[in-house]
Design a protein around this ligand. Structure first.
Ligand code: SF4
Length: 390
């Protein structure tokens, strides 16, 4: 049970140190006291400075998983009653938990972690609070007039509204309006206007962004669209820009989903394979590999670039990856620069992997999780050491 609840601590310490810690605690060990006992041993056993705070956070997440607070109907925008805010002295603890201790180590800088249950999916969500999250909470808790807040904060009323809208879409603020939905078509049918578009003689491809909240809907949707759309696939979420309002799936749920997706795609010819990590499953099954995201694995700065209206050229459209400016340099020179070559080469951690030519993970996701994209591989990789070499 201790291993399960504090699994990130266990992975961060490694099995040998973990064993020594449990031996040191011996008869005194209870699950509730584990974070405090870990704190008391940290100095003498030279454990990482973040370990006790990591254990506290894992304990809070565990307790939240066990409790199911009912969410009442509300009349005005209000804070989700399941929300807990935890001040922590370390940044990136949440990314470290999501990576199961394989990502970048937490940084010794204060942060806040917010934990809440989504009002519709009822799933437990957590993330490091961003400034925009804290602003939305402050506005609602202190009932600050949005116009006054915009004036004091020297931002536009639109910025204030965006903060509140994002919090509502994430579910840690509740809105009476957020319960209002368009009438849903009957189960197994699709919206009539979409149906008429799909029946027209126009090539139609559905590509959705995969998030924690729509993970369970993707395969039923693929089935529903099998005879209607010409192609169907998904793209993983990068939590940059507007994507920061959404949540990535948990690693284990994502891996199971990929396995189910690959199996379903074998029977449904409309389902396309795009996510590089599906190649791990195909390699395990000795099935034919496919070209990954853009034909040769990650296509950043290889077979695509992002060009912005101000001339900035980025290696990938999904995260800030500036490689030059078209108003100052020729595209040919930008493409052939050393910096662009670094993006093409991807993470050093992927170099020895057999799947490198058709994978190299997703740099945008590694960036979203605060990793060094040129050194560390994304935490969603579940390749065995046997063929990843890492
Ligand atoms: S190690 Fe890198 S290249 Fe290999 S499967 Fe994992 S993400 Fe892909």
């Amino acid at each position: 049970m201790v291993e399960k609840i504090f699994s990130t601590c266990r992975h961060a310490l490694g099995s040998e140190t973990w064993g020594r810690v449990l031996t040191a605690m011996d008869g005194d060990l209870t699950i509730q006291s584990f974070p405090d006992m870990l704190a008391s041993l940290a100095e003498s056993m030279e454990l990482p400075g973040y370990i006790a705070d990591l254990a506290c956070l894992e304990w809070i997440l565990h307790k939240k998983t066990a409790v199911d607070n009912p969410i009442r109907r509300i009349q005005t925008v209000t804070v989700n009653p399941t929300l807990t805010m935890v001040p922590v002295p370390w940044k990136n603890l949440t990314a470290f938990i999501r990576s199961n201790a394989t990502g970048a180590a937490p940084l010794n800088e204060p942060a806040h972690v917010i934990v809440w249950r989504h009002p519709e999916s009822k799933d437990l969500h957590f993330r490091e609070a961003r400034d925009i999250d804290l602003l939305a909470l402050k506005l609602i808790i202190e009932q600050i007039d949005p116009k006054e807040a915009a004036r004091l904060g020297k931002v536009t009323p639109g910025d204030i509204q965006t903060a509140i809208d994002q919090a509502i879409s994430l579910g840690f603020l509740l809105s009476p309006g957020s319960r209002i939905r368009r009438a849903k078509p009957p189960a197994g049918e699709i919206d009539p206007s979409l149906a008429s578009f799909l029946s027209a003689e126009i090539f139609s491809m559905v590509m959705l962004t995969l998030t924690r909240d729509n993970l369970a809907q993707v395969l039923p949707l693929a089935k529903l669209l099998e005879d209607r759309a010409d192609a169907f696939t998904f793209n993983r979420l990068s939590t940059v820009g507007k994507g920061a309002t959404l949540l990535m799936p948990e690693k284990a749920a994502f891996e199971s989903f990929l396995r189910e997706y690959d199996a379903a795609a074998a029977k449904n010819p409309k389902m396309g394979l795009k996510d590089n990590l599906i190649n791990i499953i195909r390699q395990e099954k000795s099935a034919a590999l496919f070209g990954g995201c853009t034909g040769h694995g990650c296509g950043a700065a290889f077979n695509f670039l992002g060009l912005l209206p101000d001339g900035e050229v980025h290696a990938c459209r999904k995260f800030p990856s500036l490689v030059g400016n078209i108003t100052k340099h020729r595209l040919y020179d930008i493409y052939n620069s050393d910096l662009t070559e670094r993006y093409r080469a991807g993470s050093r951690a992927c170099r020895s992997c057999r799947l490198n030519p058709v994978c190299r993970g997703c740099l945008a996701i590694a960036f979203s999780l605060g990793l060094d994209i040129f050194k560390e591989k994304g935490p969603f990789c579940f390749a065995s050491q046997q063929f990843s070499g890492a």
